[in-house]
Design a protein around this ligand. Structure first.
Ligand SMILES: [Zn+2]
Length: 351
């Protein structure tokens, strides 16, 4: 199902002439991951693979100073990686080998200002992260919302998904829209138009997890009630199914086993979670109309059983609605392999 374009390999002389290195950093709630990437412009259009030359991972610590230190450590490790030293010719062994650094982070990100606010899991209220990291490493730094970064990484990883769906004919004059639905701690989407991120007017594009669909139901930290995220966000799934970690594989296994004492309860949770994910797919289809909806994030690591449950729900909706049937939602879905560091790769590509 997947077409992996990423290879981790030592740099070769053939690549050395054209190498343009990018460093990507994915700031997570428990770890900070960095990659050293060699990619040309075509990679952003999903045309050519991205080469991950090296990677590093450190535990994430709470606090603004700690986040700056940890990101700096990761960037430094990638700048001085053996692989980076190999990718240079005699005339170019310095900083000019690097395009720059991209950082993907949760929280509210203002890419233009280089600032991130409210990374709740890391006790960060405001961080001028582009300037701070830029001053520390001497490279230009771009900060991007983590879901947007993962969208870019996933797009490069699956080659733009050009082999997904039907009647695909993409040329330079054709608008191509692709969405990445992140089933992570939160629920949000990144939107790519012709390989470029759509930020909207204020950066809020894709925050579909905060669309309220069941106002009578659960309170959301955003202040509303019944947001999609309160049903299908990572925390919401754990709340509904605290007896297993990760919860989703266990929910789907018990819901497919009528002899299980937890069968009814698991069916109920499955309906809630999968229903909200299907709502999110439906919303993306009618508001953004993406050719491909890439599904990624922690919950997506459940893999094929999750995709089967989503497709089953979408088929059920198609049977009840000619309109939904006409959207061909199942044909647009693509599961992003959970083994690749799409967040860090995408951050590098945003640099
Ligand atoms: Zn909300």
């Amino acid at each position: 199902m997947t077409q992996t374009n990423i290879v981790v390999s030592p740099a070769t002389d053939a690549f050395a002439q054209t190498a343009r290195l990018r460093i990507g950093v994915d700031v997570g709630g428990t770890k900070i991951e960095g990659v050293l990437v060699d990619a040309d412009e075509h990679a952003l259009r999903g045309g050519v693979g991205v080469r991950v030359l090296d990677s590093v991972r450190v535990p994430a610590r709470r606090g603004e100073r700690q986040v700056v230190e940890d990101v700096s450590t990761v960037v430094n490790a990638m700048m001085h990686s053996e692989a980076a030293l190999h990718v240079s010719d005699d005339n170019d062994s310095g900083m000019s080998r690097f395009v720059g650094v991209g950082i993907g982070t949760p929280g509210r990100v203002d890419s233009a200002a280089g600032v991130v606010e409210n990374i709740a899991n890391l006790d960060v209220s405001r961080l001028d992260i582009s300037n701070e990291i830029g001053a520390a490493c001497g490279l230009s730094v771009r900060v991007e919302n983590d879901v947007n970064a993962a969208a870019l990484g996933a797009y490069a990883l699956i080659g733009g998904g050009n082999h997904v769906g039907h009647d695909v004919n993409i040329s330079d004059d054709t608008d191509d829209t692709v969405a990445f639905l992140n089933l992570g701690t939160g629920l949000a989407a990144g939107i790519l138009r012709n390989g470029r991120l759509d930020h909207g007017s204020s950066g809020v594009v894709g925050e579909i997890g905060h669309i309220p669909v069941e106002r009578h139901r659960w309170q959301c930290p955003c202040g509303q009630c019944g947001c999609l995220e309160t049903a299908a966000g990572g925390g919401a799934i754990i709340r509904q199914w605290p007896q297993a970690n990760p919860p989703m594989p266990d929910v789907l296994a018990k819901a497919s086993d009528p002899s299980s004492p937890d069968y009814e309860l698991a069916m109920d949770v499955k309906r809630t979670v999968i229903g909200a994910i299907a709502d999110a797919i439906d919303i993306l289809a009618v508001t953004v109309d993406p050719r491909v909806i890439m599904i990624g994030g922690g919950t997506a690591r459940t893999g094929e059983p999750l995709m089967a449950a989503i497709q089953e729900e979408l088929c059920r909706r198609e049977k009840n609605s000619r309109f939904i049937e006409s959207l061909h939602l199942c044909d647009r879905l693509f599961l992003v392999p959970g083994t690749e560091p799409v967040g860090a790769i995408g951050a590098a590509l945003s640099a």
